[in-house]
Write a protein that binds this ligand. Structure first.
Ligand code: ADP
Ligand code: MG
Length: 246
């Protein structure tokens, strides 16, 4: 249901993604691992068109967009595809001048134009899901990093996206706080949330991902179940990377 076909991304001379093709089944979690600079963030950002691929095609559900050098992608098309996605960032990026509840309601009110009552009920349901209902009225600055990230996850899920994109969701957190975020993400995975997650955290990838993709130098070096990739990698580059982390 999510398909990337022959995605290329160049920043000037820098060829960052090279002919990436992936298919993600609904309800599965795909982990993106690999060295820094390998293209993980760019790939995630391409899926929701924070970066426009240089060429290739993206399909999410019924929406398919093709990219080619010189072809302008319309703003409406971008918005239509982007609304199929929710994004969680390494540094949470909550709106500082809104409460936890306000953060989760924001997109429902401004983008989806939901009535206040409907948006509030939906937002409370999601805060409850991530264990943050008791902090609905708290300001982001008063929350721990783990709590902020859980609110950010609720915010990303509020408009019911088809896919949740997580870019290093635990990297800014101490192990203990990372653990509470991992617990939320693994629960969402068990409940069938479709996710793509870039992470350094092999433990997170092993616990949550159905499939791991090892990305290095903008190419998919190998992919497979996390157990196999982490315990019996086939490619030299993957072996070196796994060894460097353990
Ligand atoms: P990762 O997330 O795996 O660390 P990134 O996707 O952030 O990798 O980066 C891949 C490459 O793309 C790097 O060489 C980086 O410098 C380059 N890059 C990423 N974003 C931009 C940008 N907005 N402009 C120019 N180069 C970029
Ligand atoms: Mg990155």
């Amino acid at each position: 249901m999510i398909e990337l076909s022959h995605i290329d991304k160049r920043f000037g001379e820098n060829h960052v993604l090279k002919d990436i093709s992936l298919t993600l089944a609904e309800g599965t979690v795909t982990g993106l691992v690999g060295p820094s600079g390998g293209g993980k963030s760019t790939l995630l950002r391409s899926v929701n068109l924070l970066e426009i691929p240089t060429s290739g095609a993206i399909r999410i559900g019924d929406i398919r967009l093709e990219f080619a050098p010189g072809r302008k992608v319309g703003w409406n098309e971008i918005q239509r595809l982007r609304r199929q996605t929710g994004m969680v960032f390494q540094n949470f990026q909550l709106f500082p001048h809104q409460t936890a509840l306000g953060n989760v309601m924001e997109g429902l009110l401004t983008v989806l134009k939901q009535p206040e009552k409907v948006a509030r009920a939906r937002a409370m349901e999601l805060l409850d899901k991530v264990g943050m209902a008791h902090k609905a009225d708290a300001w982001p600055s008063t929350l721990s990093g783990g709590q902020q990230q859980r609110v950010a996850i609720a915010r990303a899920l509020a408009p019911s996206p088809r896919v949740l994109l997580c870019d290093e969701p635990t990297s800014a957190l101490d192990p203990e706080l990372a653990e509470e975020v991992v617990e939320v993400l693994s629960r969402l995975a068990r409940e069938g949330t479709t996710m793509i997650m870039a992470t350094h955290d092999l433990r997170l990838a092993s616990r949550v991902a159905d499939k791991v993709i090892f990305l290095d130098g903008g190419v998919v070096v190998e992919s497979g179940p996390p157990k196999r990739i982490f315990s019996a990698p086939e490619r030299e580059r993957t072996k070196k990377f796994i060894a460097s982390l353990t």
